[in-house]
Design a protein. Sequence first.
Length: 261
Amino acid sequence: MSDTPAEMIRFHDVVKRFDDDVVLDGLDFAVSAGEFVTLIGPSGCGKTTILRLLMTLEQVSDGRIYVGGECLSHMTQRGRELPADEKHQRRLRKRIGMVFQQFNLFPNMRVRQNITEAPIRSLGLSRDEADRRADELLEMVGLADKADARPSQLSGGQQQRVAIARALAMRPDVLLLDEVTSALDPELVAGVLALLKDIAATTDITFLCVTHEMNFAKNVSDRVMMLDGGTVIEDGRPEKIFSAPEHERTREFLHAVLERS
């Protein structure tokens, strides 16, 4: 019996076009269950598009995407494979959470309600159960005393912590992180990254992360994938990617990013 973790995410020969612009070009990669994988690369290389495809905010132009062994992008109906409909994708999307660059909290709701709304509506949790889950998560992210606050009463770092708690409230198998510190003041970044590192270390959630925080990528990731031109040009352990990258484009990118930091 194999001890190799099952694949949680699989992109198979995925192409994504916007009109004549090919953003992803025959993309192939897999992420194992419980793995933390970080995507790096220059702007426009397709990193955020990968996350948007997994969230079904965009649809593939060609190829297949699988989540937990099930095809997200296509479904079989009467023996024929067809592009997945909204019902099929919504069912699989429940396994995926996402934390965006912008916090996207509902300004008219208090913090606890921001966290409980989706589990009640999508998972059918009772109000009491959703409240208990929200309070546990607020304790985890260090905001137990802010349950009744409005988002406008919180700092940017606190709002991002609420957004993380909201994603975790859905008990996702996969958590997507899209530049989650880019909207934060520099002094707030370390706290949010430390929280994510702790969550990664203490749960079996599978992470797929887009970030320009190279130290975070180096310290937390199991693997780092370098993208350029819509495809993965280098994939390996962070110590290998950051200390001895094989591809010249990776060396150029890391030199430019680390020079700015």
